[in-house]
Design a protein around this ligand. Structure first.
Ligand SMILES: CC(C)(COP(=O)(O)OP(=O)(O)OC[C@H]1O[C@@H](n2cnc3c(N)ncnc32)[C@H](O)[C@@H]1OP(=O)(O)O)[C@@H](O)C(=O)NCCC(=O)NCCS
Length: 257
């Protein structure tokens, strides 16, 4: 695996995260992008209190737990990779600041080839801990995440007859708003495209936000379907739901942007 790539003018580096401190720092970046900038309803529901010191610590801890519990495929490659994009600190060029973050997941319905699609979202998202004794909130999250991941999970099943029977999912991509439009997301995605090739030419899939689809579209992803529809109970109809479209690298063209 290539450890990092460099863009000489910015001093940008893309590296795999190897320590929990980096996950905690990266979480700040994610909060600024998905919380403050986009106010993404799904992300906010998954990270209650993200804009309070306590909520931020809890959110970062959950991400560290996810990072610690990653599994490997049958040849020992990690199924989940957490990437950081760093720039030199302006006042101390020996130090680096995390300005971007992405999560990549190798997924498969066949054991040993990647993480399987989650069957029980309450368990896999740890909703009893996130919303104890709050049945409506747990139900809302199950419904909205099932809708968001519907096509992703269908495609993972469709891949069981391909070789390798897996996909690489861009599960999250965020760049600190203070550092956007410098090509940082492009480099995070380029790493994934290279990694997908190294892992046997895997197709890459993602649910692309309004901002993200511009980046991915330029890098060979194509929309598969229209805007994702969220099937939720009437009581949740008025909640803000982020526009997302399913995108993939090996599908047939489906113009939408
Ligand atoms: C989407 C996001 C990750 C892009 O990060 P970024 O580092 O600013 O993207 P890049 O600079 O690599 O963009 C590469 C190209 O994509 C296009 N692009 C990126 N963001 C765009 C935007 N908001 N609107 C239109 N085009 C955009 C541009 O063509 C850009 O190149 P250019 O700046 O030279 O014109 C970032 O805006 C973000 O974190 N947004 C909030 C969270 C989010 O929606 N994440 C994506 C989830 S799928």
């Amino acid at each position: 695996m290539a450890p990092h790539k460099r863009i000489p003018d910015l001093g940008l580096r893309i590296d795999i995260i190897q320590q929990p401190e980096d996950i905690i720092e990266a979480f700040d970046c994610v909060c600024e992008a998905f919380g403050r900038q986009v106010q993404d309803g799904i992300w906010i529901a998954m990270n209650p209190g993200w804009d309070t010191p306590k909520g931020r610590v809890c959110g970062a801890e959950r991400m560290v737990a996810r990072w610690r519990h990653k599994s490997n495929d049958k040849i020992g490659l990690p199924n989940t990779i957490f990437l950081k994009a760093t720039l030199p600190c302006p006042h101390d060029r020996e130090k680096r600041t995390i300005v971007g973050f992405s999560i990549w997941v190798q997924a498969s319905a066949i054991e040993g080839h990647g993480d399987p699609p989650a069957k029980d979202l309450v368990k896999s998202l740890n909703l009893n801990a996130l919303y104890p004794q709050n049945e409506p909130e747990q139900r809302y999250l199950c419904q909205i995440i099932s809708s968001l991941h519907k096509r992703r999970n269908e495609l993972i099943e469709e891949k069981v007859t391909t070789a390798p029977p897996a996909v690489l999912i861009l599960d999250m991509c965020a760049v600190d708003p203070a550092h956007q439009r410098k090509g940082i997301a492009r480099e995070l995605v380029r790493w994934g495209i290279d990694e997908a090739k190294r892992r046997g030419d895997l197709e890459i899939i993602t649910e692309a936000s309004v901002m993200g689809r511009h980046v991915y579209g330029q890098m060979g992803f194509q929309a598969d379907g229209h805007e994702i529809e969220y099937a939720v109970d009437n009581e949740f109809a008025s909640r803000r739901k982020p526009p997302n479209v399913f995108m993939r690298t090996n599908g047939t063209r489906f113009d939408l942007i």
